[in-house]
Ligand binder design. Structure first.
Ligand code: ADP
Ligand code: MG
Length: 222
């Protein structure tokens, strides 16, 4: 019985996802078709049209590549990984974007905290959450990343000084394609929560007292 319910839930999620994907791809396709027809009819504002068409294609590109990541079969290859090592890698990757937006990244990551995980997938989670933090801080500021061990769990706190998250946004935050950004895909947090789930982990959202948000990732310590 329980299994049946689980199955039904999965079907609904898969169905919902398929419907949203179709929608996300159809809109840019419709627009591309329209612009091609305009060009064909000789109504020329070529440069402007090409710019929009490229943007539509890029949107489809990022949606499909993020979805391909989700549909990759989960390797059961789990290794013992240092959190400091993984986070240092990710921060190196994101530092340029942060600097361009006048964001300082400050870390408090002790050596010697390990988790048993799929390294590339957990790094993807860190990228998604840190990217959101950077995107939230349009005015610049301080981005803090702190790691601590709490009994048999680890906490990875990612603290931004962005505008915070209103209640209505928070409700829908991990739904596929939910985004408040002009060029967002709305897939980052859905993918992150799936990956964390497969690792027996989860994330929590804590509003900061003064400004911004803390995303707390919780994972079993090795
Ligand atoms: P995307 O980044 O493509 O919009 P995500 O799934 O990563 O998709 O995030 C969904 C939405 O959650 C964002 O559009 C934004 O509204 C909100 N959000 C996520 N992280 C933060 C944050 N640190 N501060 C404010 N809002 C956030
Ligand atoms: Mg995102």
């Amino acid at each position: 019985m329980e299994e049946q319910i689980m199955h039904a839930e999965k079907m609904t999620v898969a169905g919902q996802l398929a419907a949203s994907v179709a929608h996300e791809i159809r809109n840019p396709l419709t627009s591309l078709k329209g612009f091609l027809q305009l060009l064909q009819a000789g109504i020329r504002k070529e440069e402007e049209y090409y710019k929009i068409m490229l943007e539509e294609i890029e949107k489809m590109e990022s949606v499909t590549s993020e979805l391909l990541f989700v549909s990759k079969p989960m390797t059961d290859e789990r290794t013992s990984e240092s959190l400091k090592d993984m986070l240092d890698d990710v921060i190196t990757l994101m530092d340029t974007q942060a600097k361009m937006q006048s964001i300082t990244i400050r870390t408090e990551i002790p050596e010697g905290i390990f988790i048993f995980c799929d390294r590339s997938q957990i790094k993807q989670v860190f990228i998604n959450i840190i990217k959101n933090a950077i995107e939230a801080m349009q005015e610049g500021g301080l981005l803090e990343i702190r790691v601590s061990r709490k009994e048999n769990r680890v906490h990875i706190d990612i603290n931004d000084e962005g505008p915070g998250i209103p209640e209505d946004v928070r409700q829908k935050i991990a739904e596929p394609f939910f985004t408040t950004k002009k060029n967002g895909t709305g897939l980052g947090l859905m993918i992150s929560s799936q990956i964390l789930d497969k690792h027996n982990g989860f994330f929590e959202i804590h509003p900061n007292e003064t400004i911004g948000t803390t995303f707390r990732l919780v994972l079993p310590a090795e």
